[in-house]
Design a protein around this ligand. Structure first.
Ligand SMILES: Nc1ncnc2c1ncn2[C@@H]1O[C@H](COP(=O)(O)OP(=O)(O)OP(=O)(O)O)[C@@H](O)[C@H]1O
Ligand SMILES: [Mg+2]
Length: 238
């Protein structure tokens, strides 16, 4: 059974020399395993901050993050890194891959950190690269891959330790529309495994293809809707 990620009254306030910034305000949401949830909203609305809180990169000012029975917000930094390594996968807009490592070595990296034995690691790397059509790109360094291929290697690496949740912050931000759509196909495929995929995107077309959509404005959720089950729609936005 996939684990369910939940945010409860989540709040993040940054104190800066020019005053307080309420980056995330009272966000409560349960993310559905087996679906892609698009987190959308204007620049500065708190999307990345929310992702960082959910993933345990950052600690909330108030509120809670639960991965099933694990209270992520109460874990130490060390416990959170261990949780991330085992349960979470990440894809970012750019600088995803280690430039001096080949595609294969990049995908193997999290498994090495988790102590996966070499034979198993090799088998899984081959399987993951093949899954994303990259079986002939294993020995390429990132600069010898196209943008879309790089993001697919990043996605293969995100799946290395069989995570429950995959976080993607603008994974198609540096790609053209067609290539971006392919990366979205791959994310949808990853959700079909039963995993939770949380996708931050500015791309309206991609957001419309997600199963659920969470809209933020000034750190608050202004709309949360399931796009495929009309009865679930909870639009509070006009
Ligand atoms: N480390 C920080 N210190 C102070 N303020 C911050 C910090 N990180 C983010 N903020 C502020 O918090 C708010 C939310 O930022 P966040 O990066 O979450 O927005 P976003 O929705 O991801 O924007 P974008 O679409 O541009 O990536 C912004 O006003 C931002 O300036
Ligand atoms: Mg952002």
């Amino acid at each position: 059974m996939p684990l369910v990620l939940r945010a409860l009254d989540l709040r993040k306030v940054y104190v800066t020399p020019s005053g307080m910034v309420e980056a995330v305000v009272d966000v409560s949401h349960a993310f559905t395993p087996g679906s892609v949830t698009a987190v959308v909203g204007p620049s500065g609305s708190g999307k990345s901050t929310l992702l960082n809180l959910l993933a345990g990169f950052d600690t909330p000012t108030a509120g809670e993050v639960w991965l099933d029975g694990d209270a992520v917000h109460t874990l130490s930094e060390r416990e959170r890194s261990s949780l991330r390594l085992r349960r979470f996968g990440f894809v970012f807009q750019s600088f995803n891959l280690v430039a001096v490592l080949t595609a294969e070595q990049n995908v193997a990296l999290p498994m090495g950190l988790a102590g996966v034995p070499t034979t198993l690691r090799r088998r899984r790397v081959a399987h993951l690269l093949a899954r994303f059509g990259l079986e002939r790109r294993g020995d390429h360094l990132p600069h010898r891959l196209s943008g879309g291929e790089r993001q697919r290697v990043a996605l293969a690496r995100a799946l290395a330790n069989d995570p429950d949740v995959v976080f993607a912050d603008e994974p198609t931000g540096a790609l053209d529309t067609t290539t971006g759509a392919l990366v979205m196909d791959a994310l949808a495929d990853v959700a079909a495994d039963g995993r939770t995929v949380i996708l931050v995107t500015h791309d309206r077309t991609l957001a419309e293809r997600a199963d659920e959509r969470l809209t933020l404005r000034d750190g608050r959720v202004v709309a949360a809707r399931s796009q495929h089950v009309a009865d679930f729609a909870l639009e509070t936005d006009s």
